[in-house]
Design a protein around this ligand. Structure first.
Ligand SMILES: [Zn+2]
Length: 501
């Protein structure tokens, strides 16, 4: 994510730069959703699932208990998200929406398998707003119950460990976005200022428009179909594989074959120009610009190829087949590294320069290809993207020691780089603090070892997840140095030491 407070400073808009228009960020209403159960399979008559269910062939001793304590990924920063008992490999989602209506409807086929040692009796998915009306696994109905911002899915038969199944859900309703810390920007499905819709989903907004195992530790590939009125353009991550007209609608199908963390999923629809061209290597580049964005503002994205080339040389080849960006018709006060197609607001473009472009493109390596195992590892995203941006700026002639100096960037908050509170608030310590720790590491182990660490880090974890402890171990292994005291001082202490000479 583009550094929000720096964005405000650079964009000169103060708090007003952070507001978005037309979005309803009010907290979810509770209503009676906690008692909702779904019916199963398509039918013209509603058949409620039974409230107590026993299934034949289910030996209790072989079944993992439906324990609510393990229904969320243990995460010290954003809790209540994801379910560690399942591993999703693919989402095929089809969402129907209309610019003039706040509600959506959709279906999703979720390919998953239990991670548990015993058969899995039930599991949870995150969902904020829409309600599920049908659930099947194979040909059998599954029971769905709602508990706040998540649903519990109870298959007719407990799922066998390691055996892949496909859960199909039909759902509809109005997305209920949350709010990004400190900025007031809605998180999730939201309106732009020209009658379109888009998603800004870090850390947990994807669950406002599709049921999802909403934690970065469970990455999956996605096929996203956006069903829009014929004149409206639908945009998502990856490659546009079809855009078929069906009656007065158009179905935009976007596919990404590279595993993606759920907060990096993008969906948008509105009055856009899609600008497609060849990028470096075999990379396909697609930009989505709201119609009316002037050529001078679009020009700022011409820098993409130079940035991709510099990072590919520095960290290893670009990790995807598709690249580009989307500009949404609103002022965001931030930018987000949505995979292959980072998200910018109108306040980020202009004068032939796009604010935070080098930062968001760096995330395609650090954050998107290599994703954090827990939100407390956020500095592995933001510190690395900030440092990559410094490297790019140094490549263009700036002095990296000035960029890395203690009085550059945001005022120190007194939070350690790895303090969960720093990650929870997207504090400057995970951005500049993390980047300074990397610069100090470079000064301590030398350029050759340092860049070998970065390249190895990307190569070893591309497509997966990683932890701070794994990064520390890799730096020690490559450099041959004991770096325990170094990392304690630079990552775990509230005040960082003097930069080594
Ligand atoms: Zn970032």
């Amino acid at each position: 994510m583009g550094l929000a407070v720096l964005a405000v400073a650079l964009l000169g808009g103060g708090a007003a730069a952070c507001t978005t228009s037309g979005s309803d960020a009010s907290p979810p209403t509770t209503g009676d959703r906690s008692t909702t159960t779904s019916s199963a399979r398509p039918s013209t008559t509603t058949t409620e699932a039974p409230t107590t269910t026993t299934f034949p062939g289910q030996a209790p001793a072989d079944v993992a208990p439906a324990d609510p304590k393990v229904a969320d990924v243990a995460d010290p920063v954003f809790d209540g998200l994801g379910d560690p008992r399942i591993d999703v490999s693919h989402y095929a989602v089809e969402v129907t929406a209309d610019p003039s209506k706040p509600g959506i409807s959709g279906t999703v086929a979720i390919t998953l398998q239990p991670r548990t040692a015993k058969a899995l009796k039930s599991f949870t998915l995150d969902l904020k707003g829409p309600e599920v009306s049908e659930a099947t696994i194979g040909k059998q109905a599954a029971k769905v119950s709602v508990d706040g911002d998540q649903i519990t899915v109870t298959p007719a038969k407990a799922l066998r460990p390691g055996k892949e199944v496909t859960l199909e859900l039909r759902y509809a309703g109005t997305p209920e976005p949350g709010e990004f810390p400190a900025l007031g920007v809605p998180v999730g499905w939201q309106a732009d200022s020209l009658g379109g819709w888009f998603t800004m989903s870090e850390p947990s907004g994807t669950s406002t428009w599709v049921p999802v195992n909403d934690h970065p530790s469970d990455k999956a590939t996605w096929t996203i179909t956006l069903d829009t009125p014929k004149a409206v353009t639908g945009i998502a991550n990856g490659r546009l594989t079809s855009s078929k007209v069906v009656g007065d609608r158009r179905q935009w199908v976007w596919t990404t074959d590279h595993p993606m963390a759920s907060y990096l999923v993008l969906a948008a629809m509105g009055d856009y120009d899609l600008v497609q061209r060849e990028g470096p290597g075999d990379v396909q580049v697609v930009f989505a610009f709201p119609k009316g964005v002037p050529e001078a503002s679009r020009k700022g994205f011409d820098e993409l190829d130079a940035i991709l080339a510099f990072y590919s040389d520095t960290f290893g080849a670009y990790p995807d087949d598709d690249a580009g960006a989307i500009v949404v018709a609103t002022s965001l006060g931030l930018a987000l590294e949505t995979q292959t197609r980072p998200l910018f607001g109108l306040d980020a473009v202009g004068d032939g320069k796009t604010w935070a472009l080098a930062h968001e493109v760096a995330h395609q390596w650090f954050g998107d290809a290599v994703s954090p195992e827990r939100w407390s590892d956020l500095w592995l995203n933001e510190g690395f993207a900030t440092y990559a941006d410094w490297l790019y700026r140094a490549h263009l002639g700036e002095d990296i020691d000035v960029l890395a100096s203690a009085d550059a960037g945001r005022e120190p908050s007194g939070l350690a780089v790895t303090d969960p509170q720093a990650a929870a608030t997207f504090d400057g310590s995970v951005y500049e603090g993390g980047a300074r720790a990397l610069h100090a590491l470079r000064r301590t182990i030398g350029d050759d070892a340092f860049f070998e660490v970065l390249r190895t880090w990307f190569a070893e974890h591309d497509g997966g997840n990683a932890t701070t402890a794994e990064f520390e171990a890799l730096a020690e292994q490559v450099s041959g140095k004991d770096l325990k005291a170094f990392f304690t001082a630079w990552l775990d202490a509230p005040k960082q030491p003097q930069m080594p000479g």
